[in-house]
Ligand binder design. Structure first.
Ligand code: FNR
Length: 187
């Protein structure tokens, strides 16, 4: 069973980014489970003084959840040309503990703007790269004009977008399988 965590950078109830991740849960194929994160909004502000042997309970749950999954899909909006603070905060809690090291990650940014949140997309990839995550080739996507691609109830109604999301998921799974083989063989 391949386990994937879907992580939205938006806490908004009617978030387009979360809607995209929900639609990807419906794309899960063969032996795969995609679960939507519900944790990052309750994490404390990152503070190195709290990053000790015993960490706050929510941080432990967050780290354990990341440890359990084989890959991650992040779908995020852009706020003021950066990634949302809540997402950066959640990632900062993983720097010292290293749950993202060698973990295959798909990166999506979605925005009503024409560039699909390009600044946030680039910045997120930089952060994940320095954290030694595996940014999967063919699993990075910017979704511009996202509102037009979703129905009022949040389903993806644009067929090119649906196709792109499926291709991205396949690329992520292929990378997870490659990573597992590398671990098994020690390569
Ligand atoms: C935005 N938005 C935005 N969009 C963008 O493309 N570049 C930007 O720099 C910003 N900055 C920004 C700041 C703040 C505080 C807000 C609230 C919004 C617009 C943003 O992309 C839009 O609200 C998305 O719909 C947010 O994503 P969710 O919540 O729908 O997933």
């Amino acid at each position: 069973m391949i386990k994937i965590l879907a992580l939205s950078g938006s806490l908004r109830a009617r978030s387009s980014n979360t809607a995209i991740l929900r639609s990807m849960i419906g794309l899960a194929f063969h032996d795969m489970k995609i679960s939507l994160d519900d944790q990052i909004g309750v994490l404390p502000h990152f503070n190195p003084d709290l990053d000790q042997e015993i960490v706050p309970a929510s941080v432990k749950i967050w780290r354990d959840r990341l440890q359990e999954v084989d890959g991650v899909i992040i779908c995020t909006p852009e706020y003021a040309h950066g990634i949302p603070g809540v997402l950066k905060n959640a990632l900062d809690w993983l720097v010292s503990s290293g749950e993202l090291v060698n973990k295959p990650i798909a990166v999506i940014s979605a925005s009503p703007s024409p560039d699909g949140g390009a600044h946030a997309h680039t910045s997120l990839i930089q952060t994940l790269t320095v954290m030694a995550a595996v940014i999967v080739e063919d699993a990075t996507l910017r979704l511009p004009a996202v509102s037009a691609k979703l129905s009022r109830t949040g389903e993806v109604v644009d067929s090119a977008t649906a196709q792109a999301l499926l291709s991205l998921l396949k690329a992520l799974v292929a990378a997870i399988e490659r990573e597992a083989i590398a671990l098994d063989t020690g390569l």
